[in-house]
Design a protein around this ligand. Structure first.
Ligand code: NAP
Length: 244
């Protein structure tokens, strides 16, 4: 079994996920680059390796049961355990997302399938591997727009994002699901937390974000490498705790 810490980052072929993989790699971790597109996945693995990271490709579509099961087998065969799972893969669904707009039912379904059910599917498939780690960590990538406290406090899109009947509530749902995992896993050595990356310039928002992907990766990296006395069941951004 490898002495290096082993991480799997979903959606690691670009954006924030790529920088989470790069950051953990720079700390000496072996990093599985979970990505559904073979060409983009291999390009990212090559780029990470060129930067000195011990990266390996993990074919992974979080919406596909067989793909997720195969990813767990691959990590098992390669490393025999998992020290950190970063559930970063996410989609917004088609925009605009005003609640009375055309096609919103399908858009909600798409966002929930990836951002919530995908996280549950991947987490449950990886839990046997995480349980073999001395200090297992799970990080779920949420968003400040998933904070109900922030949504009800303001109508200003600059604070809460545009009207979003699919994406923002899917992150609220993810937050609620994460609390349930934290409750079930309390008393084990597994820590599970939510990260908010801030507004980051990536494909997800047409590169309108104001932070770099590297900045957006920082909180997730911190939560993936928490010490044993660190928190669990929390929601964090760079500045501290995000209100629920
Ligand atoms: P991004 O550049 O669009 O990256 C999203 C990643 O998720 C891509 O690698 C994408 O793969 C992957 N993905 C989507 N669906 C997938 C699936 N079914 N299976 C596997 N991978 C899948 O966006 P990002 O901004 O880095 O987003 C990363 C995370 O941060 C997301 O959870 C997002 O909601 C969250 N977030 C972002 C911001 C922001 O301002 N950017 C703010 C708050 C939260 P493909 O290349 O194959 O599409």
């Amino acid at each position: 079994m490898s002495e290096k810490k082993i991480a799997l980052v979903t959606g690691a072929n670009k954006g924030i996920g790529y920088e989470i993989a790069a950051g953990l790699g720079a700390l000496g971790w072996s990093v599985g680059v979970g990505a559904r597109d073979a060409r983009r996945r291999e390009a990212s693995v090559e780029k990470l390796r060129a930067a000195g990271v011990d990266a390996f490709g993990v074919p992974l579509d979080v919406t596909d049961e067989a793909s997720v099961a195969a990813a767990a087998r691959l990590v098992d065969e390669r490393a025999g355990r998992l020290d950190a799972l970063v559930n970063n893969a996410g989609v917004t669904g088609d925009m605009p997302q005003n609640p009375t707009g055309d096609g919103v039912v399908e858009t909600v379904r798409t966002a929930v399938e990836t951002n919530v059910i995908g996280v549950i599917r991947v987490t449950n498939a990886m839990l046997p591997l995480l349980r073999r780690s001395a200090s297992p960590r799970i990080v779920n990538m949420s968003s400040g727009v998933g904070s109900l406290a922030r949504q009800v406090a303001s109508d200003d899109p600059a604070t809460t994002g545009p009207l979003s009947v699919a994406y923002a509530p899917s992150k609220t749902f993810l937050n609620a699901v994460t609390i349930q995992y934290a409750k079930e896993l309390r008393g084990t050595n597994i820590k599970i937390n939510l990260a908010c990356p801030g507004f980051v310039a990536t494909d997800l928002n047409g590169f309108r974000g104001v932070r770099t992907p590297e900045q957006g990766a920082a909180t997730a990296i911190r939560l993936a490498t928490l010490p044993d006395d660190g928190p669990t069941g929390g929601f964090f951004e760079d500045a501290g705790v995000v209100p629920w």
